[in-house]
Every structure is written in C-alpha cells, then in structure tokens.
Design a protein around this ligand. Structure first.
Ligand code: UDX
Length: 448
C-alpha cells in the first residue's frame, strides 16, 4: 500500500481559527492524506471531541506548554506563550517524524503564525498559510503592512478608497485600526500576517471567488492565492460538525425545542467564542429580543451569564451556553441570525441561506457587517447610538425588518442565492473545489 502523504496542521488556538483548519484537515483526510493537528498540551486538554467521524481520523499531537514568562496584556501573554511553546516544540516534533515511517512533507498554519514558515523551511517542509478572515479584511491589513494605508483614529466622515473594495468609512475598517484601546498587540498580529506572505509555498483563503471577486483578483495580482472556502462541513461532506470544540453545550434539548417551532419563526443569537458585550448591552439585547416578539435561541457563554439582566426569563426564549451552531442554522425553524459577524458565523449563515442581523462588535466584524449589508445584501446592519450602544428599539426593529417586513423577503432571496453559489464553489468543477484539488496534487508531489 502506498504511504500516505503526511501533513501537519497548526491552527491558532481559538475556536474561530480552529474550525476552518479542522474542516480543511478533514477534506485532506478524505482525499487520502495523513493529517496531524499540532497544538499545546493545555489547549488539547480543553478540546472536546465532537461526533464527527472524520475528525477522529485526524491525529492530534501535543507540544509542552512554555513556562509563563511573557509580560503584557492578556493577548500578548497568550500569543507569546503559544509562540514560545511552538517554536521550541515544533522542530522536535518534525525531527521525530523524520525518524519514523511517515515524515511530514508540509505544514498548513494559521496566517497569524507567520513565523511557522521559517521553522518549516529550515527543516525541509513546505508551508501553506491559511487565512481565516475575509480577503477584504486581510487586504486592509496588507495595506497597513505595505504602508499604503495610514492608521488613524480620527473620523472626519470622508470615504476611504482602497483598490478593489467598496468605498469605506473609518468605522467600516476592522475596529482594531481606529479603536486600538488595549488591542495594539492584536493589530500587530494581524498586520504581521503578511511578513512571510511572499515566501509561503501556498496561500489559502477561506472564502470563494464569487463572494469577494474583485478583491481576490487584486490579492492574486500580488501573489498567487487559492480560495478553498467556505469551510462549512455540510457543504463538503455529510457532516454537521467541525470535530473539536473548546466549549461544551450545557443543554441538549435545544434541537427538540426548535422542532416545536414553525418554519422561520426563531431568531438565533450568538456572538461567537470571544466577544464580551457589557452588561448594559446585554440588557438591551435581552429587552430587544422580548420586544421583537419572536421566539429566540440565545447563546450566552457560561462566563457571560452573570451579565444577563437579573431574573431574566422569557416564555418565548431559550438560553444555552453553547450549541451546535451548524445544526441550529440548518434547522428550518431558524428565520434569522443575530450575529457578531465573526467570519465563520458569517460564512455559515451564508452557506446555509440564513438571513442576518449584523451586530458587529470588533476586529474584522465591522468590515464583514458592511459587506453583509451593502455588498451581499444578506442582512441588515444595526446602528449604535452616540454612546456606542445598540438599543433595544434598534435590535427589535432590525429583527422585525428581517423576519416580517418586505425588506426581509429580498434579503431571504439574496441569502438563498448565496447559499447556492457557496455550494457551487465547493462542488465538483467549482472554484474552491478546483483549488483544493490543485493543492492536493501539489502536496502529493511534494518531496522533502
Ligand atoms: C474569532 C473572531 O472574533 C472573528 O471575528 C474572526 O473572524 C474569527 O475568529 P469568533 O468570534 O469565535 O472568532 O467567531 P466566529 O468566526 O463566528 O467563530 C465561532 C465559531 O464557533 C463558529 O464556527 C460557530 O459555528 C461556532 N459556535 C459558536 C458554535 O459551534 N456554537 C456556539 O454556540 C457558538
């Protein structure tokens, strides 16, 4: 039997980055590759194995955590410790594989870990970088890295014109650019994605050609790229989960609850794995949901629960700590997704044809909200008041607009069209399908 080509995968250890990497790994496994996902011991201990059988075919190998020596804000400490662990442990792991019957030939790594490429090249491996945010957003960081977009926090109300993008206002840019706050580390991390861009052997983007047509062509004019998305399990295989989760659902009955609801009658609300709205904002969301008079399924992560208004209950709502979002979005009872516009959530809604109320919170989400509302027109974008709060009236009104009003019908038609286009992209003959095949052919012929 021919030996399988062995590929390593190094995701950034956050749920929104792990998911697209996992799906790519699963696709490679189904095409006959041997895939080993690499992470630290502490992260592996937090990972819950989900039902997916394909994910069980991915090996997981761990690297000891670094001694906590880093100083700075929580992001800096987290990032520096992860980097220290990987830069120490990855070379040893690659050397260990070299002595085995299945030496690794290449590594797929998250774009925010660009230094991985140097390790790989030094040890004779090829490197494929995976970008897990929209190409539009990545291009904005590319401009900053190249010095063609100056960082500013002053909003003079003028349009920002960048090649191959719609006109943007300051607040349409990724928030880290104008609202730096304590996030200088994260801005640096995202700008740095391009530090080894030209040297990578492959540049993969979790998007598809028709979705970001112009900007993808622009990016490709800088360096060849491969679109491989959307990395949504349901589109690629008969599968409803990514396979590994850092979070555990606290309830199982939400799918049964959805079964009791009429088609398109439920609002699903989730702000992903990182966003932490303030107490005041949580109260506005809670009251806005009640005011909308729609049924709602709301994910409030365990550590956020204390921010809910005291004694908040609604006979029309169900609150869970975590759920299988892919199953929920695919359920016919769900009529709209009130989302923070994380890139995975956005692609999932789009691929499953679910209209959105886009309530972006920070980082890439502000730009994605602009694309949802003005370019793809699969949702509407909420407006914040002068204090930065999205009020209950705004939330209820936006939900009603999508769920009940004429504008909602148009949005639903657009959502259906994008669902079809997403499916086509990853199906036989589609742009992402062709690119994945091309990537696989090149990986298979890689010699180390
Ligand atoms: C982060 C960033 O915040 C986001 O802006 C960036 O684009 C990716 O990294 P996160 O905030 O967690 O991600 O959002 P998102 O990209 O939407 O990823 C969340 C993932 O968790 C999704 O794949 C979603 O399906 C999953 N999820 C969320 C669940 O499985 N269950 C839940 O209850 C909530």
């Amino acid at each position: 039997m021919a030996t399988k080509t062995h590929i390593l995968a190094l995701p950034f250890p956050l749920q929104g980055h792990i998911n697209p990497m996992l799906q790519l790994c699963k696709t490679l496994v189904t095409k006959g590759f041997h895939v080993t996902l690499v992470t630290t011991v502490s992260i592996s201990l937090s990972l819950q194995m989900q039902a997916s059988t394909t994910s069980n075919l991915i090996d997981i190998e761990t690297i000891p955590d670094a001694t906590n020596t880093s100083e700075g804000d929580m992001y800096q400490v987290f990032i520096n410790n992860f980097k220290a662990a990987i830069t120490q442990g990855l070379p040893q792991l690659i050397e260990k594989h070299k002595q085995s019957s299945y030496p690794a030939k290449a590594i797929v790594y998250d774009s925010v870990l660009p230094w991985t490429l140097d390790i790989a090249h030094q040890l004779g491996l090829k490197g494929a970088v995976l970008f897990t945010q929209p190409c539009t957003v990545c291009s904005i960081f590319y401009h900053i890295q190249q010095g063609t977009l100056k960082i500013t926090t002053e909003d003079d109300g003028s349009d920002i014109s960048l090649p191959a993008m719609p006109l943007l206002r300051l607040r349409d840019l990724p928030s880290l650019i104008y609202d730096k706050g304590p996030y200088t580390t994260l801005l640096g991390l995202l700008v740095d994605q391009f530090s080894t861009f030209q040297e990578a052997d492959w540049r993969l983007f979790n998007t598809f050609d028709k979705l970001e047509d112009e900007i993808l062509k622009w990016m490709a004019s800088k360096c060849p790229i491969l679109t491989i998305g959307p990395t949504i399990p349901q589109l690629h295989m008969d599968d409803n989960d990514y396979g590994l989760s850092l979070f555990k659902p606290n309830a199982e009955d939400y799918m049964k609850w959805l079964d009791t609801k009429e088609n398109s009658s439920v609002v699903y609300i989730s702000f992903g794995s990182m966003v932490t709205p303030g107490e005041e904002q949580m109260e506005e969301i809670a009251r806005g949901l009640v005011e909308s008079n729609c049924f709602f399924l709301w994910v409030v992560r365990a550590e956020e629960e204390s921010k809910l208004p005291r004694d908040f209950v609604s006979e029309k709502g169900l609150i869970v700590n975590w759920c299988s979002q892919l199953l929920v979005l695919a359920h016919p009872a769900v009529g709209c997704f009130l989302t923070h516009c994380g890139w995975n959530s956005t692609l999932e809604a789009l691929s499953l044809g679910v209209p959105t109320v886009a309530m972006a919170q920070w980082t890439d989400q502000t730009t994605t909200a602009k694309l949802i509302a003005d370019v793809w027109q699969t949702g509407i974008r909420t407006k914040a008041d002068e204090n930065g709060l999205v009020t209950r009236e705004e939330i209820a009104g936006s939900i009603r607009e999508v769920m009940q009003e004429e504008r909602g019908n148009e949005i639903r038609r657009n959502a259906k069209r994008w669902k079809q286009l997403a499916k086509e992209a990853v199906s036989e003959g589609g742009s992402s399908h062709n690119n994945i095949t091309e990537f696989e052919i090149q990986l298979s012929s890689t010699t180390t």
